[in-house]
Design a protein. Structure first.
Lengths: 120, 120
């Protein structure tokens, strides 16, 4: 069984602060994919990143960065110099790929989500 | 870019009626689609996997007779909530796996914008 844990239910910061959202996962698959999504109040899911289990390189995209640590089964997300527009619910998700042809790929197990509020 | 259109975005219906939600891939072949449900302030839970031309695979605890899924073409999957009741009120969101060129682990996943169902 797969499991994703986002221990931080809510985080509140003041604009320009850096903030890190934690994500810890469990899976028995040797090949798997990790995702982060942003869900603004309007409800749609905004894709932020996908990382496969063989690529442990950290990634930076503008103010966003991700730290993948396979040894601790963590995939943390940091927003640098946060802005009010970053306020949203952020979900970490996991997809396995163990079936032949990767047919199980795309079935996402989501974490509970972290509500981020950035105050001006 | 690839877009998944989900319709309607909001629907209010009376208890006992059925509601159909459409998930359409606009510029790619979606051999596999996924249906999720999200209760207020909660995470997304996978309901079922929809494969074009075959029966949907439901997750444990999801009533297949209540949530009818049809994936009759490579671009359209529908979810019908039959005999809806107030407890079915939720946010339903689909995702589509881009199967153009064959399903593989690099196939992008695209989410619809979701449908907010309210049953009175």
């Amino acid at each position: 069984a797969q499991k994703v844990t986002q221990a931080q239910t809510e985080i509140s910061v003041v604009e320009k602060e850096d903030v890190t959202l934690d994500c810890v996962y469990e899976t028995r698959d040797t090949t798997y994919y990790l995702f982060w999504y942003k869900q603004p109040p309007s409800g749609e899911l905004v894709f932020l990143i996908r990382r496969n289990s063989f690529d442990e390189q950290n990634e930076i995209s503008g103010r966003y960065s991700w730290n993948f640590q396979k040894s601790t089964s963590s995939f943390n997300f940091t927003i640098t110099a946060s802005q009010v527009v970053d306020s949203a619910v952020y979900f970490c998700a996991l997809s396995g790929a163990k079936a032949v042809g990767g047919t199980s790929y795309g079935k996402l197990t989501f974490g509970q989500g972290t509500i981020l509020t950035v105050h001006p | 870019g690839a877009v998944v259109s989900q319709h309607p975005s909001r629907v209010i219906c009376k208890s006992g009626t059925s509601v159909k939600i459409e998930c359409r891939s606009l510029d790619f072949q979606a051999t596999t689609m996924f249906w999720y449900r999200q209760f207020p302030k909660q995470s997304l839970m996978l309901m079922a996997t929809s494969n074009e031309g075959s029966k949907a695979t439901y997750e444990q605890g999801v009533e297949k007779d209540k949530f009818l899924i049809n994936h009759a073409s490579l671009t359209l999957s529908t979810l019908t909530v039959t005999s809806a009741h107030p407890e079915d009120s939720s946010f339903y969101i689909c995702s589509a796996r881009d199967g153009t060129g064959g399903a593989n682990l690099n196939s992008p996943l695209h989410f619809g914008n979701g449908t907010r169902l309210t049953v009175t």
